[in-house]
Design a protein around this ligand. Structure first.
Ligand code: ATP
Length: 445
């Protein structure tokens, strides 16, 4: 993990937030390449969930909802972690994670194992951030930052059902920031206090719930495979009854083998009719489907839920590689071309040659209309290649002496380092085609 954190920082993917003030726990800012990569992940998810389907529509609900939403959903009473404090070192631990935590005085021991440890009883701690709405403080103005995007979808169920002219099975997809006052810090982007969730609630007739649950587990697994995640590092894990949330009748996690061990990348849950029933009872508005023949039922809900941050971290871990080429060490991010922040680099071999620069800039202007590409004429060509390798750029087009004679360029492949020559006029079509090709991780052997 240290290598991933250091590369992310060095190459401007992710910075610790408010760093000049000493940072703030479990909160990160994304730099240029991080933003480009997040945009790619978000739109790949949105394309597969909404654009390429007829049965799912989009929504963008507010972050601060009427606080009654969180009472009805069970979050005010139940969205808690059990915590213990140590009166000696003043650190706070999750009671269910003591075995993986370090004593503040003696890090080789677990909390409670050192003679000086003085742990309190476990207390329930609500993970929702509270805020005040309006000018007056007090009970009446209390509100919460949403800890998940799903509830914004449930409370809009009736609007969408009527206006989008849908009938189950149909889904509503939403992407946006969620907030949780997580107590177990560390682990970089895996557990943040502010993260960007992508959730889709799929409403189905009750007797089809099981079938759709399996459909979504498989569909989401395939999505990661198509984006080149290593099969050896992704698995499905069904929750047993004791692990499942109170509302869920079945949950399967897609787990990735992060440096911290197998951990939840995405969760797919069968939430049954729990949410729509709770909001019907609490709001007095009936959230149900009424068919043309008057048949009525409360749809069941299948939910695939994930954060962009955990996906981005999985891709960084999966792609990170070091190798020695021609006696020199190179670090390379073997990202799927569709995930990579920059698709191609355009490099004049000699940065001081006006003719090469002019030809390279012409190609760059053409390609940037369609793709995120980068022009670089500074420093030795080997260093420029290595810079691109570190940010995962799959292709580099180099303009050299021969280009000036026969209008061809070399294309260098990030993974195989193979080079071939192409007519400069064909580069755009070549790149379009290359970005469409299926691609597997060369790390999977
Ligand atoms: P965990 O058990 O790891 O705390 P969870 O079961 O509470 O996760 P869910 O409530 O199911 O997580 O959230 C759905 C998804 O949102 C997760 O699969 C994960 O991708 C993402 N997610 C949840 N909490 C965080 C967080 N603190 N930082 C980054 N992503 C998160």
């Amino acid at each position: 993990m240290d290598k991933i954190v250091s590369l992310s920082r060095r190459r401007g993917f992710v910075f610790p937030s408010s760093e000049i003030y000493g940072g703030i726990g479990s909160t990160y800012d994304y730099g240029h390449y991080g933003v480009l990569m997040k945009n790619n992940i978000r739109s790949l998810w949105f394309d597969s969930m909404v654009r390429e389907r007829d049965d799912i529509v989009a929504l963008d609900s507010a972050i601060i909802l009427n606080p009654r939403v969180w009472e009805a959903s069970g979050h005010v009473a139940g969205f808690t972690d059990p915590l213990v404090d140590c009166r000696t070192c003043k650190l706070r631990f999750r009671a269910d994670h003591l075995a993986d935590s370090q004593c503040g005085r003696r890090p080789s021991k677990r909390p409670g194992e050192h003679t000086e440890c003085d742990l309190t009883e476990a207390r329930q701690f609500n993970l929702m951030f509270q805020t005040q709405v309006g000018a007056l403080e007090g009970e009446g103005s209390l509100a919460y930052l949403r800890p998940e995007t799903a509830q914004g979808i449930f409370v809009n169920f009736k609007n969408v059902l009527q206006l989008a002219r849908r009938k189950p099975p149909f889904g509503i997809a939403q992407v946006g920031k969620s907030f949780r006052n997580e107590i177990t810090p560390g682990n970089f982007l895996f557990r943040m206090r502010e993260f960007e969730q992508m959730e889709m609630e799929f409403f189905v007739p009750p007797d089809e719930a099981d079938e759709w649950f399996h459909y979504w587990v498989d569909a989401r697994y395939r999505w990661y495979m198509d984006l080149g995640l290593r099969e050896s590092h992704l698995r499905k894990r069904e929750h047993d009854e004791s692990e499942r949330s109170h509302y869920s009748s079945a949950t399967t996690d897609l787990e990735y083998l992060y440096p911290i061990g197998w951990s939840e990348l995405e969760g797919v849950a069968n939430r049954g009719e729990y949410d729509l029933t709770q909001h019907t009872q609490s709001s007095g508005t009936k959230l149900e489907y009424v068919g043309p023949e008057g048949e009525r039922y409360t749809p069941h809900v299948i939910e695939p839920a994930v954060s962009i941050d955990r996906i981005l971290l999985a891709f960084l871990v999966d792609g990170y590689d070091e190798e020695v080429v021609a006696e020199r060490q190179r670090t390379v991010l073997r990202l799927h071309p569709r995930v990579a922040p920059v698709k191609a680099a355009i490099l004049p071999l000699i940065g001081k040659s006006d003719e090469m620069v002019s030809s390279a800039r012409g190609l760059y202007e053409e390609l940037r209309k369609r793709h995120a590409v980068e022009y670089d004429d500074g420093g030795a060509i080997g260093r420029r290649y290595r810079r691109q390798d570190e940010i995962g750029t799959p292709f580099a087009f180099t303009i050299d002496e021969q280009t000036l004679e026969d209008s061809t360029v070399t294309v260098r492949d990030r993974d195989s380092l193979a080079q071939e020559r192409l007519p400069i006029g064909g580069v755009r079509a070549w790149l379009d085609e290359a970005l469409e090709r299926p691609s597997k991780s060369p790390k999977e052997t």
